[in-house]
Design a protein around this ligand. Structure first.
Ligand SMILES: *Cc1c(COP(=O)(O)O)cnc(C)c1O
Length: 399
């Protein structure tokens, strides 16, 4: 079904396991445990209860009727991951991994975080399961995201500021891998997106695939047919792959990933990996990465902290290679306009990450017939972004 990694964990030429010998045991243990539990009815029953009772699933498929009328073209539906407990799609992945870690007998979760969203989600799952939790976060990010640091501590997690490199997300990932290497007996590394060495891209995708499992059934129920296109924003790519997964075999459904172009793909201030990246190996996988002329990982920029990662998951790189999915750049300005428009017209404040996908829907919907259908994943809610967007517009409000 759909696309699966081969026996060496590759999607075409992408993916794999580029890791030090010292991490191999942990990866093998995880791979074997996941193979054992992924189709286990008991495991899946427990996960479904968690999704429904704790995370507030299924999430709504909402007809954005006012936007549709106003734009005058294709019908726009929102897959409302913003209504999940903790306010984004990240909870799907962390509940799955935390449950898996428990089955493996692990008592401690570690995670990396950039803006703090994945760290807060992991700390939430750890609190729920009564597990110890340590979150690695670039020191620069801990200063920029003091509220999320406070939340993680409130939830009982320890936050470790990382000072190596640029003291941001990519350095936090490296540090989490290092910590995992030195303590695999009781620790699971709860990775935050569809990246890293196999089997992480598969595990995270499978837990996020609940998004398209639901949306496919919901649109069939509401419209009696599949959508013409599914759109989602892409950082590492977890909400996008989850939004695409159950449509991959439906070749008439266009899959569109929306990357953060920042100030534009012809500037150095961008995070659009498919548009500007090159083949490389980093964080345990072969994929596309934003690199400088010497092949070093380049600093990336986007107004949206959640899309600020210099790489993309290997399955996306593959979907792009074979032409099954299409990836488009969306600038800060376009995303901010979509953020403001969706708030004013639909009464929904979307995450600035999700606003990248909405912006592209706003671009293509008017040119499509009224009987066409777009499903856009609203990966999270925008409360967290209000101060930053106000600042972008020259207004200073206290955070
Ligand atoms: C973290 C985050 C993203 C980016 O992560 P993906 O793995 O690309 O999905 C997108 N939207 C929101 C709301 C986020 O919190």
């Amino acid at each position: 079904m759909a696309i699966q990694a081969d026996s060496r964990g590759r999607f075409g030429q992408f993916g794999g396991q580029y890791i030090p010998e010292t991490l191999m045991n942990a990866i093998i243990e995880l791979d074997e445990a996941y193979k054992r539990y992924k189709d286990d009815p008991q495991f899946n029953r427990e996960l479904e209860v968690l999704f429904n009772e704790y995370a507030n699933r299924p999430s709504r498929l909402y007809y954005a009727g006012k936007m549709t009328e106003d734009l005058g073209g294709a019908k726009i539906y929102f897959k409302r991951e913003d209504l999940n407990f903790t306010g984004a799609h990240k909870i799907n992945n962390v509940l799955g991994q935390a449950l898996l870690a428990r089955k493996m007998g692990k008592t401690r979760l570690i995670a990396e975080t950039g803006a703090g969203q994945h760290g807060v989600a992991t700390a939430t799952a750890a609190a729920y399961f009564g597990m110890e939790c340590v979150v690695f976060m670039g020191k620069t990010d801990t200063e920029r995201q003091a509220l999320n640091v406070y939340k993680m501590k409130l939830l009982g997690a320890t936050v470790v500021p990382v000072t190596s490199g640029t003291a941001t997300l990519k350095d936090a990932v490296s540090e989490a891998f290092r910590e995992w290497t030195s303590r695999i007996e009781d620790t699971h590394y709860c990775l935050g997106s569809v990246m890293g060495p196999h089997p992480f891209p598969t595990i995270v995708r499978d837990f996020q695939a609940v998004i398209s499992r639901e949306s496919r059934a919901q649109i069939l129920e509401m419209e009696g047919r599949l959508p013409d296109a599914v759109l989602a924003c892409v950082g590492g790519g977890s909400n996008a792959i989850g939004s695409f997964y159950h449509y991959i075999d439906d070749s008439d459904v266009q899959l569109i990933g929306c990357e953060a172009a920042g100030r534009g793909i012809d500037t150095f201030e961008t995070a659009a990996t498919i548009s500007t990246g090159r083949l490389g190996i980093f964080h345990g996988m072969k994929s596309l990465f934003c690199q400088n002329e010497y092949g070093q990982i380049a600093p990336v920029y986007s107004i949206s902290a959640g899309l600020d990662y210099p790489g993309i998951g290997p399955e996306h790189a593959y979907l792009n290679d074979i032409g099954r999915a299409q990836y488009v750049p969306v600038t800060d300005e376009e995303a901010v306009q979509a953020f403001e428009y969706t708030s004013a017209v639909e009464g929904i404040i979307p995450a600035i990450e999700s606003s990248h996908a909405i912006a592209h829907a706003m671009k293509i919907a008017p040119g499509m017939d009224r009987d066409r259908i777009l499903v856009v994943t609203v990966s999270g809610r925008g409360d967290k972004d209000c101060a930053a967007i106000a600042r972008y517009r020259g207004i200073n409000i206290a955070e």
